[in-house]
Design a protein around this ligand. Structure first.
Ligand code: ADP
Ligand code: 5GP
Length: 198
């Protein structure tokens, strides 16, 4: 993917929908696109490294950064804190790069409020796009979470329970992509982004 115009991209999905798979493919195949590394109080999963997948913080560290006003948005998801640092987004935009933020529905609503408060035809406002990635069915979501095999059964149940509420908010997004078949969904995602960055 070539971005003619830098974009501020928000992507949300129920856990297990394939958002990381799609975003990683996009990042590998795009120039001048960076991934917004979030902070979280969740423990590292699988091979996740600090400063790559996330900045892993303790509860105390996370709360201190909230109090310091460091976050653009933050939310509690599946019982853990997650947040995007203002500095992460500012740095990408200053360098004229596109940035992809993988955040939950509550965080996306916070970003949308910030964007909507900007004047019309503001550069950041014009670069904003949000996309909801979903699955053909809840059964398929459960199958993917089990296949990934990185979460304990109770964590998978928590994620499935949250999925219904998240999917109910899909219509808050400008675009919805159903990740049924990976290559097809990826092509649709690229088409949406290419159109937005014209
Ligand atoms: P998320 O980041 O949304 O939590 P992942 O990208 O980790 O989800 O994907 C969850 C699991 O589903 C992974 O094992 C991944 O390989 C698989 N997966 C992703 N997209 C598809 C697809 N279109 N069809 C079948 N399996 C998929
Ligand atoms: P996971 O634990 O599977 O990596 O992520 C769980 C959920 O947290 C996903 O829905 C993901 O989009 C969301 N998330 C990750 N980073 C952030 C963030 O910085 N802010 C918000 N609000 N949600 C995030």
């Amino acid at each position: 993917m070539n971005f003619n115009k830098p974009l501020l991209i928000v992507v949300s999905a129920p856990s297990g929908a394939g958002k990381s798979t799609l975003c990683n493919k996009l990042l590998a195949e795009s120039e001048r696109l960076v991934y917004s590394i979030s902070c979280t109080t969740r423990k590292p999963r699988g091979q996740e490294q600090d400063g790559v997948a996330y900045h892993f913080l303790t509860e105390e560290e996370f709360v201190a950064r909230i109090e310091n006003g460091d976050f653009l948005e933050n939310a509690i998801v599946h019982g853990n804190r997650y947040g995007t640092l203002r500095s992460t987004v500012e740095q990408a935009l200053k360098q004229g790069k596109s940035i992809i933020m993988d955040i939950d529905v509550a965080g996306a609503a916070q970003v949308r409020d910030i964007i909507n408060a900007l004047p019309e035809h503001n550069l950041i406002r014009d670069s904003f796009i949000d996309i909801f990635i979903t699955v053909p069915s809840i059964e398929e979501l459960e199958a993917r979470l089990n296949k990934r095999g990185e979460d304990a059964p109770d964590v998978i149940q928590k994620r499935l329970n949250n999925a219904k509420g998240e999917i109910a908010r899909a219509n808050e997004y400008q675009h919805i992509v159903v990740n049924d078949e990976l290559e097809r969904a990826y092509a649709e995602l690229c088409k949406i982004l290419a159109e937005a960055s014209k």
